[in-house]
Design a protein around this ligand. Sequence first.
Ligand SMILES: C[S@@+](CC[C@H](N)C(=O)[O-])C[C@H]1O[C@@H](n2cnc3c(N)ncnc32)[C@H](O)[C@@H]1O
Ligand code: SF4
Length: 411
Amino acid sequence: MPEFADVIPLSLYVHVPWCVRKCPYCDFNSHGLKDELPENDYIDALLVDLEAECAALQSTAVESVFIGGGTPSLLSPEAVARLIEGIGDRLELAPGCEITLEANPGTAEAGRFVGFRQAGITRLSIGVQSFDDRLLAAIGRIHDGREARAAAEMAKAADFDSFNLDLMYALPGQSLAQAHSDIESALELEPTHLSYYQLTLEPNTLFFRHPPKLPAEEVAWRMSQQGIEALQARGYARYEVSAFAQSGYECRHNLNYWRFGDYAGIGAGAHGKLTDLRRGEVARSLKQRHPRAYLEAARNRRFDRKREVVPQNNLPLEFMMNALRLINGFDLALFSNRSGIPLGKISRALAEAESKGMVEIRDGVLRPTTLGIRFLDDLLLLFAPKTEPRHTSGGLPCVPPGDGLISLGDP
Ligand SMILES: C[S@@+](CC[C@H](N)C(=O)[O-])C[C@H]1O[C@@H](n2cnc3c(N)ncnc32)[C@H](O)[C@@H]1O
Ligand code: SF4
């Protein structure tokens, strides 16, 4: 019998698939804007999509909402207000519900952030990447260091409950000193949260086809270590492989992903993961990727959900791909609560991980060790299905969208 918990926490992910220009390293479902953004049609489509999702939900109370992209800060505050109102009409937002919006500094006009705050956004996540003009140009960003600083200052002044800065390291031609200086610049802006990602070359990107010269892996490792030390020295706890927060400012939405909670996904190319407690199964879904196809689907009220049940033998790997990213680990009971699988089924893999020094288990809590975090891919292999095919759910990703997505290559 499946051993699921009675209630699995639910979040909502909203995808906005447009950017001013496509960055050469980015494999998100994002499309450079050629004409004006069809924001009214898109908000209508999102709400039709949500309506259809609600029919499949066993509970409609959500703990968090994440409006990610692409570049959601391209939307006007009025459109964001209509979206949040529409979500509130269809779902029950838990008290203190965290509502994040991702922003690109190049789209941070004065007044826009204040408008987002008034529209109900509680947490802003700004993709600054670096403060160095030459490095920003090398990775094809639309903004410079001054605009990155200005965006963070505006976020601070707009008085969000929490604001995050995304920084990347191991950029083309970046030195250790430059990486250090980016961290120092970020800290001066006093974000409550910081995501620190190693630049990875993803298939289907310009950088993958024409790779720039990146710092050696050993240098990248030292960059990550010096970053971790500097952040910890200033009171930011590393609570996930790439995520750092002042106490109490951890991203609740991403924590729900990492704890293998549920999420409905609306928008072009949005992923969802929902547990059907009645049938005792976990299923993933994926919407039409292309914005045009998605808008067309909304007009016809025929969304392509591409629902796929995760095979039982893939669930341990899918669970661990998320939960082992948590630096402080997790209560082992969570495994059965979220996967429905008895803990005994993975006892051999757990014992092997422990004997290899990759995890520690104490008082029912499992924690990845420094070695386990550094060689996370090797650790995860222990939980992969032992019989062929050795892959995850039908090509749908195991790691969710959001600001903690890209970092299996991270130290
Ligand atoms: C959807 S974007 C954030 C908002 C906005 N689109 C922007 O770029 O400013 C999410 C974050 O993922 C990170 N990211 C994207 N592609 C990456 C890659 N190839 N390697 C490492 N991090 C990446 C960046 O830090 C980026 O800010
Ligand atoms: S990194 Fe952000 S701004 Fe650049 S293309 Fe990707 S989603 Fe758009």
